[in-house]
Design a protein around this ligand. Structure first.
Ligand code: PMP
Length: 358
């Protein structure tokens, strides 16, 4: 049976019209049309990200730009705040690239709190801080607003934020929050196929990039910015033009839906899933820090998630088991991108029927 709706927390469901744009015949990546395409994408992303900062695209998944960012921007040492596997990934990326970094991990289910960030930043040891806005492995949305207040007190610190599974579903006001590098991927709340990453780069980050100079080639953030500046929104290497056509089209759809409407739709889906999960199971994150795009559910009924997914597959649906060591102890349901409340209702109805819940 073909899976019609993916309820895994990425890659997520792609609308057929968006998918069709991936089949647009390629254009040359050194042409005026390519520049115009990327300039248009940047302008639309600036609206979605509430920023006037420069936008770079990368033909990689989000991890590519995370690696590029922490490597290109850390002069002294980075402090990495982790509330799950993807938070910790920043630290692994730093370590494997020979970049000095410390890791602060929270207790399972707990968010990154502003006072913890303050505790580290006030030591003066760090010039880069990384925070995960929405941790997909544990379903936690971190309190980015209050963290922003702390980070703003340290003007020499560059703030990298992972919005891989929130941008396009949750409001991220890059300029108001003072995020220096805000990174996302195509396959989550933006609802495109995987394979493209994007980031906004603040003037402060640009200065740091110039001061440090290139580190690496393909993922060097300074090189990506330089090409946008000097080569009229082009790339150092051949990008996935197919993704760009689809992204340009999808951003039009997103803006047409209306950003506020889109964010409200995500809140409605999240509230519905949190209520459902609280009724039949237990929600994994601490109350008040639940993600608006993925619900991580404690498997209090010891449900066989593999068997559940087998039955869901027969109905053209799929959810996710817990991530890493949380496998079978938790499971996750994505509600992001172009999914709707009706889709979530159809999913829970199917799960209740399969599991005999009432
Ligand atoms: N951060 C978060 C919060 C994620 O959910 C993911 C992917 N699941 C990543 C980073 C890594 O992104 P990508 O798979 O696009 O490299």
């Amino acid at each position: 049976m073909e899976i019609k709706k993916l309820f895994i927390p990425g890659p997520t469901y792609v609308h057929p019209d968006v998918l069709a744009k991936m089949a647009t015949p390629p254009i040359g990546h050194r042409t005026a049309e390519a520049s115009a395409l990327q300039r248009g994408i940047s302008e639309k992303l600036q609206q979605l990200m509430y920023t006037t900062n420069k936008i770079v695209l990368s033909t990689s998944s989000g991890t590519g730009l995370m690696e590029g960012a922490i490597r290109s921007l850390t002069q002294k040492k980075a402090i990495v705040f982790s509330v799950g596997a993807f938070g910790k990934r920043w630290w692994e990326l730093a370590r494997l690239n020979g970049i000095e970094a410390d890791l602060h991990e929270e207790e399972p289910g707990h968010p990154t709190m502003p006072e913890t960030v303050e505790h580290y930043l006030k030591t003066g040891q760090y010039d880069v801080v990384t925070v995960t806005h929405n941790e997909t492995s544990t379903g936690i949305q971190n309190p980015i607003e209050s963290i922003a207040e702390v980070v703003s007190k340290y003007p020499d610190v560059i703030w990298l934020v992972d919005t891989v599974s929130s941008l396009g579903g949750v409001k991220v006001e890059v300029d108001r929050l003072g995020i220096d590098v805000c990174i996302s991927s195509s396959q989550k709340a933006l609802a495109l196929p995987p394979g493209l990453a994007l980031a906004s780069i603040s003037p402060k980050a640009e200065e740091r990039l110039k001061a440090i100079g290139p580190r690496g080639y393909y993922l060097d953030l300074g090189t990506l910015v330089k090409y946008v500046d000097e080569k009229d929104y082009q790339y150092s290497c051949t990008p996935s033009i197919a993704h760009m056509f689809a992204l340009d089209f999808q951003l039009d759809r997103i803006l047409k839906e209306g950003l506020e409407n889109r964010f409200i739709r995500h809140v409605e889906m999240a509230e519905y899933m949190i209520n459902w999960a609280s009724h039949f199971y237990r929600v994994f994150p601490q109350p008040g820090f639940e993600s608006m795009t993925v619900t991580c559910i404690e498997n209090t009924r010891k449900t066989d998630i593999g068997a559940l997914n087998k039955s869901l597959r027969e109905r053209g649906m799929l959810i996710s088991n817990g991530y890493g060591s949380l496998k079978d102890k938790t499971f996750r349901i994505g509600h992001m991108g172009d999914l709707t409340l009706e889709d979530m209702e159809a999913l829970t109805e199917a799960m209740e029927e399969i599991l005999g819940l009432n």
